[in-house]
Design a protein around this ligand. Structure first.
Ligand SMILES: *Cc1c(COP(=O)(O)O)cnc(C)c1O
Length: 853
């Protein structure tokens, strides 16, 4: 028999245990070991199986609950835990104590199509979602008032299994939100909060809203699987990345527009301050800016241009991929279908909406372009990715060099308390970190691992312990996978001999798009085999990763890997584990000695798994891409040389794979197996310590969130305040300025320029030169433009390299002048340019307007 409907009945807790519910429903337990210990102490054996406090409360027999209700020791520990949670939720933390806390945003809406907080809430597919989860957790630790917003998927992302011949098999277990650490938002009358967005043909999409508590941060999740919806609309939130473009645009409309309405209602109902700044995590959630525009038009009688200025001021857009295929684009017809009848966003002109997503192909609507046009502040996720992104989108700022495109970068980070092994925290954390781990209230005092007094031997022993735990997990998962593929227990005796807790362990786990090159290590199978089976210095490799269900090419790569791993001659040393998710990832990051990453440079925007490995003392072996490009320092791991200039991909793979084998065989394995009398690899340990010391603080999500606060949220809140004060006077002024310069800009001229050296002909680096320019500003006031003298190197062409710009000041009728130091020796050139200037512009390049001499 099959159930037609599922529901979860809450446990009834004896009164003295009532406080446990607050502990179980706040996901802080996922990064707070003492809370987990408390639940484990209810029934150790049971907790090892269910691993989730909420399910624990359902699973513990009522007789045991009664017993605990009378156990003074347990009750005291439970009280201490709830007190600790209360303190964590209410005390002032880093954000409240900053010097400029006074005009910091009262709340920030963080929108994402996926959130990976914990496997107990399977609402993510991979890195993007886990990053969003880590963002919320770090925001919570720092006291940053973020509200997370996104869809709740009934089947999350797919679960991966393997067929006997190694082909990926997908299945989609249905989740029941009432059994998850979620609570339904309700109106004062007890009815569910419902959020509505208009659909074509007079229909309506309705969603209920669930709230997860991620420490201090509320995470609002929209769910359309309710009776109020037509059958097809119920399925809008069925799966993550599961459908066609139509399914996808509905999800994005729900997340952006419905998400905005959900936040508004949530704040009205709870008294939580309304967000002033909105962060779009990837283009998917970008429709939120349109809903913001509708709100402002609706209440203030201002036009679209004014509104645009106000919306842009308060929006931060983070792009996460330099792969053009990774950018969300919809056929214009489809956008027209949803927005065309004007019911979805009353007051917004379809043509203005379409213009926001315009790209080279007139038939497509580009969500990244809309993201950039709706956000005054935009960033990539590593320094290298910032550079690549500026080049990728420089056409939106014609006339500017790629370096000047106003897209910055904030390098991703990972949430230490979530990812660092408890064993390691206990060893390195000192007394403050022992239990409450790394969630210090202060980013600058963020505890970082400290080696004070800890010997190589002790750290090595912990590393071995973690490797040993990984080996046990590998065997367990491999056995499950083989049983699932049809093997009987009798045939699986060999699984107990898989992996060895004393062998150098390499991990490679990630999604399987082509650019990540899952099978690069198989380029020369004989060389790999020789490394794995070396008598004295063997390697073992654990591989995992899911392929997008529609990506047959990716599945073929997985199959190739699985077939290689199935070979009885090497299966002891190389395994492919199906169903990579956070629960598996944890073991891999903690237990691997080397974390391998070999994308095609520069297509990995950041990569975060290597950061999680580094925090546990793993050494990265990676192409210099994403974060590793800025963090590799020569002794915290290894860089695989890239064959950047080589355009033939096969040749490139061959060269890079050869370099990989060389590093593994000639440097990494020898260092790992070079032991002192006590069996400790001294040289290896010095790299491990160096990694913990130098990368420990840098790769933390708290560092990332603090950067977002200081460089994005806080400046955005200030601009919003200026733009919206006095009935949007600032926004009106900026919109008026734009209209005015649009008409006169073409008439502005640089009539002549002059560069003089003093003393004459003394061109020595560091000396000063005077630049003068005579301009016709076509009626603009000198204060309305920024005039710059730019000096840079010139080579064969007159293009300026390493330009240095210096503002010029008005010096009489139509005259501007500046004195600047010669920045470089060698052949230099100079020019003069005019840029727009307005107090509400975040960068002079923002409007994409410039006049060159
Ligand atoms: C961190 C993480 C990722 C992201 O790893 P990348 O290095 O960015 O590929 C993917 N999946 C899970 C489960 C993670 O924890």
């Amino acid at each position: 028999m099959r159930a037609i409907r599922r529901f979860t009945v809450r446990a009834s807790l004896p009164e003295p245990l009532a406080g446990l519910r607050a502990l179980a429903t706040n996901l802080r337990w996922t990064w707070h070991p003492p809370t987990r210990d408390l639940f484990a102490s209810m029934d150790d054996e049971l907790f090892r199986r269910v691993r989730d406090p909420l399910r624990m409360l359902l699973a513990v027999p009522s007789t045991r609950l009664e017993e605990l209700a009378g156990d003074e020791g347990f009750l005291a520990r439970a009280r201490a835990a709830t007190d600790d949670l209360d303190r964590y939720l209410t005390e002032e933390r880093w954000y409240q104590r900053r010097p400029d806390a006074a005009d910091a945003p009262a709340a920030i809406g963080y929108f994402s199509l996926e959130f990976g907080v914990h496997e107990a809430l399977p609402n993510y597919s991979g890195g993007l979602g886990v990053l969003a989860g880590d963002h919320l957790k770090a925001a919570s630790d720092l006291g940053v008032p973020v509200i997370g917003v996104g869809p709740l998927y009934r089947s999350g992302y797919f679960r991966q299994a393997l067929s006997l011949d190694g082909w990926q098999v997908e299945h989609y277990p249905v989740i029941d939100p009432s059994g998850l650490p979620l609570e339904r938002l309700t109106e004062p009358d007890g009815q569910p909060v419902l959020v509505r967005v208009a659909m074509p043909r007079n229909r309506q999409l309705t969603a209920q809203v669930w709230k997860a508590r991620v420490g201090r941060v509320p995470l609002l999740l929209l769910d359309t699987d309710i009776d109020a919806n037509d059958e097809d609309l119920r399925r809008v939130t069925d799966r993550l990345y599961g459908g066609d473009a139509d399914h996808r645009i509905r999800q994005e409309i729900l997340a952006g527009i419905g998400g905005m309405r959900a936040v508004r209602r949530y704040c009205e109902l709870t008294g939580h301050p309304q967000p002033e700044v909105f962060h779009t995590n990837e283009g998917h959630a970008g429709f939120l800016g349109l809903e913001r525009a509708r709100e402002i038009i609706d209440g203030n009688g201002v036009g679209f241009d004014e509104v645009l200025a106000a919306v842009r001021a308060g929006t931060v857009f983070t792009t996460h991929t330099p792969v053009s295929a990774g950018i969300d684009r919809f056929p214009v017809d489809l956008v027209q279908h949803y927005f065309g009848d004007g019911r979805l966003l009353p007051g917004l002109d379809l043509r203005r909406i379409l213009a926001l997503g315009a790209e080279d192909n007139p038939g497509m609507f580009n969500m990244a372009h809309m993201g950039l046009r709706l956000a005054q502040r935009a960033n990539g996720v590593s320094a290298l990715h910032g550079r690549v992104t500026r080049r990728m989108f420089c056409r939106l700022w014609p006339g500017f060099d790629a370096d000047e495109v106003p897209i910055t970068s904030v390098t991703n980070g990972v949430h230490g308390p979530t990812w660092v092994a408890r064993e390691l925290t206990a060893l390195l954390g000192g007394k403050d970190m022992k239990n409450s781990s790394w969630d210090a209230p202060d980013a600058s005092a963020m505890p970082v691992p400290s080696r004070r007094g800890v010997s190589d031997e002790r750290l090595w022993a912990v590393r071995r312990d973690l490797r040993q735990k990984l080996v046990a997990e590998v065997r367990r998962r491999l056995r499950d996978s083989w049983s699932q593929r049809g093997a009987s227990a009798l045939e699986l005796g060999w699984v107990d001999g898989v992996f060895d807790p004393d062998v150098l362990t390499v991990g490679f786990a990630r999604r399987v798009p082509t650019y990540k090159r899952l099978t690069l290590m198989l380029r020369d199978p004989e060389r790999l085999r020789a490394l794995l089976l070396d008598d004295d210095r063997p390697l073992q490799i654990v591989v995992a990763g899911k392929s997008h269900p529609a990506d047959e090419g990716g599945k073929a790569l997985i199959q190739q890997m699985v077939r290689f791993a199935d070979d009885p001659a090497i299966r002891r040393r190389l395994v492919f584990l199906p169903d990579y998710d956070m629960s598996m990832a944890r073991y891999l990051y903690r237990g691997c000695d080397v974390w391998l990453n070999n994308p095609t440079r520069p297509l990995e925007a950041c990569g975060t798994s290597g950061m999680k490995s580094a925090l546990n003392g793993g050494l990265n072996l990676s192409i210099r891409d994403g974060w590793w490009d800025e963090c590799y320092d020569g002794s915290n791991g290894w860089a695989i040389p890239t064959a950047d200039g080589i355009s033939d991909p096969l040749r490139r793979d061959e060269l890079e794979a050869a370099a990989l084998y060389d590093l593994l065989g000639q440097q990494i394995a020898p260092l790992f197996y070079d032991r002192d009398a006590a069996g400790v690899p001294k040289g290896w340990m010095s790299r491990v310590w160096h990694t913990l010391d130098t990368l420990g603080p840098r790769v933390q999500a708290s560092r990332m969130v603090a950067e977002y606060v200081e460089n994005c949220y806080q400046p955005a809140a200030r601009t919003v305040a200026e733009a919206s004060r006095d009935s949007y006077a600032g926004a009106k002024s900026l919109a008026g300025y734009r209209t005015r310069i649009d008409t006169v800009w073409r008439k502005i001229r640089i009539l002549d320029t002059e560069l003089t050296v003093e003393p004459p002909e003394d061109l020595v680096v560091g000396n000063e030169v005077r630049v003068r320019a005579h301009l016709d500003l076509a009626g603009l006031d000198p204060s309305e433009v920024e005039v710059q003298a730019v000096v840079g190197r010139v080579a064969d062409t007159d293009d300026l390299h390493e330009p240095v710009a210096m503002p010029m000041t008005p010096a009489g009728e139509g005259e501007f002048g500046a004195v600047l130091k010669l920045p470089h020796a060698g052949s230099l050139g100079y020019t003069v340019r005019i840029l727009p200037r307005h107090p509400l512009l975040a960068s002079p390049a923002e409007l994409g307007l410039v006049i060159h001499a």
